[in-house]
Design a protein around this ligand. Structure first.
Ligand code: ZN
Ligand code: ZN
Length: 648
């Protein structure tokens, strides 16, 4: 065992040289400090300290106090810390979150070497201070110290796209452009900044690719919605760890492909890769998007055995159950959850709100406040949604104004949207319009859509026209805007208006988003578009549809053909209306479930007036509960009426 001792005098130039010429591994050195024997030979003989012993102690420190004691002991002995000890102290200070100590130690170090510079840069990026890290990097260069691979990877972490581009030329200048570790750092920085093109160029130019660089590129594609590219790369990867699976599954979940996300999850289980919390969160989100209760419930029992249900997972479960229409399950998870935070409360309150159980939402809100949790802006969206679904105008106003006055939360567009919904429902459309016109923030298409829809429900033709004209002249009209405006005209019998809107839609190339309804029977999801003939049981479905129409007619139903946008004759309109996707889903539900079973349908758009009327009647005729989730809320149809009170 060589003597690894160090003299008490400031480290000799020989020692420094020896240290800085060591080739450092990719990670800062661990406790192996055997290369300091050169320093020992220049000792004055007064104090000898075993460097590796002290280094070991520093590494083993469990608290900032222990670290300070060691540092104090070094100083008490009049020691200028050896570069290794200095490095270790600095690194430990930052790992305890004491950037201030790390900086002051660094400031008192004469001629810091590249490792110390890198450590201080690293410490700053770790704390999210990437600008400050860049300043240190520039200072380092000004002292003619050359960066190493770890310097680059540290300074690239968390840097902006602009800095990333500047650092890229530095990487080339210092000849690290073929270093896999550094280029992966660059790739990651480009990906973060959204420059997928540059990330791909770097990736393609890499002579060899590590799992890290492959994962970085995969993440880049998935995060920025280039799902097909992501999947291609994913398929090419020979080695896939849980991180890769998660990136791909989450990419699907976040970009509107919940079904693909569930399919891939099944493959993941088949490949014997153990899911972790991140997988579970993505999958619960996918189930929620699909309104698919069974896979969600299966996942719940799966994770109960394997993954600890913490607040994050619990909240995702609540959210999933609410979106899948099962409030009881959501409440059960909520009640069993320990250490509930405001996010968990928000999810539960929102669940009650979107299902129209406003009283319960208000009760929970009061309880939450009484136990000392402060509501957030999301809480207010939930509670205002509850007001909207129950038509509580003055309560809505007072909550809306309390946001700013009592809780110092500035209302956002979503809060205004809720207020417009509340006022619209009550028929106070001018007031709603004034509110929107006087907002300090720009209203978005969703908000305008809410206002227009309210005009439609109250047959407010002139205000509807005024709003629509404003939208079209300001280039704010969406396909939804056109459809609602056309419905407003049609309801008022203004066929010229309908024709005008239709040609406007053609001119501006706006297409109506196709309506799509989903129903789950026996753990299988069945999807229907309007007039769909793709289902293997199409024949039976359409026979059932005819049967339904007979029942409806006997119960005094007349089709509300004014919701049809196309320029068709009355009979054709009735036909096109009769095959709306939710009606097909309903017919399929009736032929494939036992009498009395609740029928659950998920619709991607707002349910139209005619389908809403049909569902109400069907719930009475068939004595079944029908739960429908549309883009805005849940409708619980029962015995001829709907929980939304005909305002949605
Ligand atoms: Zn419809
Ligand atoms: Zn309804």
């Amino acid at each position: 065992m060589p003597a690894t001792t160090l003299c008490a005098t400031p480290s000799s130039p020989a020692a420094k040289k020896n240290w800085s010429s060591q080739s450092l591994q990719r990670t800062p050195p661990s406790s192996s400090v055997t290369h300091c024997s050169a320093a020992a030979s220049s000792s004055s003989g007064s104090h000898f300290l075993q460097v590796d012993r002290v280094a070991f102690l520093i590494d083993k420190c469990k608290s900032i106090n222990q670290l300070l004691q060691i540092h104090a002991a070094l100083l008490r002995h009049g020691l200028n810390p050896h570069p290794i000890l200095n490095f270790k102290l600095q690194r430990s200070y930052s790992s305890f979150g004491r950037l201030d100590y790390a900086v002051s130690l660094f400031d008192r170090t004469d001629n810091p070497n590249v490792f110390l510079w890198t450590a201080i840069i690293h410490a700053h990026t770790q704390c999210g201070l990437s600008e400050q890290a860049l300043v240190y990097y520039a200072q380092m260069l000004s002292q003619s110290i050359q960066p190493n691979a770890f310097t680059f990877s540290s300074v690239l972490r968390g840097c902006s796209l602009e800095s990333c581009r500047a650092l890229h030329s530095q990487v080339i200048k210092f000849r690290f452009d073929s270093d896999l570790y550094v280029t992966t750092g660059l790739l990651d920085a480009y990906a973060r900044g959204g420059d997928v093109m540059s990330a791909k160029q770097l990736f393609d130019a890499m002579p060899e690719k590590s799992l890290v660089s492959l994962t970085a590129m995969l993440t880049c594609y998935a995060k920025h919605g280039q799902i097909e590219e992501a999947r291609l790369l994913f398929e090419e990867m020979e080695e896939k760890d849980v991180v890769c699976w998660n990136v791909m599954i989450d990419g699907y979940a976040q970009h509107g492909y919940p079904r693909e996300s569930l399919l891939l999850f099944r493959q993941m289980l088949g490949a014997k890769v153990k899911p972790n919390e991140i997988t579970v969160l993505s999958i619960l989100s996918s189930c929620g998007q699909l309104g698919s209760l069974e896979p969600g419930r299966w996942l719940h029992s799966y994770i109960e055995n394997d993954i600890q249900i913490n607040v994050r997972v619990g909240t995702a479960l609540i959210d999933m159950y609410c979106k899948c229409g099962s409030l009881d399950d959501a409440r059960k998870v909520f009640d069993e959850m320990r250490d509930k935070d405001v996010v968990a409360w928000n999810s539960m309150i929102m669940g009650y709100a979107i299902h129209g159980f406003s009283e319960e939402a208000f009760r929970m809100f009061d309880t939450m406040c009484s136990i000392g949790l402060l509501p957030t802006d999301i809480t207010f969206i939930a509670i205002l949604t509850a007001c909207g679904h129950s038509g509580l105008v003055s309560k809505g106003w007072s909550i809306f104004s309390s946001m700013k006055n009592e809780y110092e939360i500035e209302p956002k567009i979503e809060h205004f949207g809720c207020m417009v919904n509340i006022l619209g429902r009550a028929g106070r459309l001018q007031k709603a319009y004034d509110l929107v016109r006087n907002m300090k923030i720009d209203p978005d298409p969703v908000l305008w859509g809410t206002l227009l829809w309210a005009c439609r429900l109250h047959n407010e033709v002139s205000l509807g026209e005024e709003i629509a004209e404003f939208l079209m002249s300001h280039d704010l009209a969406s396909s939804g805007t056109y459809v609602i405006l056309s419905n407003i005209y049609a309801a008022a019998g203004n066929w010229d208006g309908v024709a005008k809107v239709r040609s406007l839609m053609k001119e501006s190339g706006v297409e109506k988003e196709p309506g799509c309804s989903v129903i789950e029977v026996d753990n299988k999801v069945h999807e229907f578009l309007a007039g769909d003939l793709r289902h293997p049981k199409s024949k039976e479905i359409y026979l059932m549809l005819e049967e339904m129409n007979r029942w409806l007619e006997m119960n005094g139903y007349t089709p509300q053909t004014d919701v049809v946008l196309h320029d068709l004759g009355e009979q054709q309109k009735q036909l096109s209306l009769g095959v709306h996707s939710e009606k097909l889903a309903m017919a399929f539900g009736l032929i494939s479930t036992r009498g009395g079973t609740t029928i659950k349908i998920v619709k991607n758009l707002r349910v139209c007036l005619d389908c809403h009327a049909v569902m109400k009647l069907m719930s009475k005729i068939t004595k079944r509960k029908i739960i429908m989730r549309d883009r805005n809320r849940f409708h619980h149809f029962e015995n001829g009426s709907c929980s939304c009170g005909d305002f949605w």
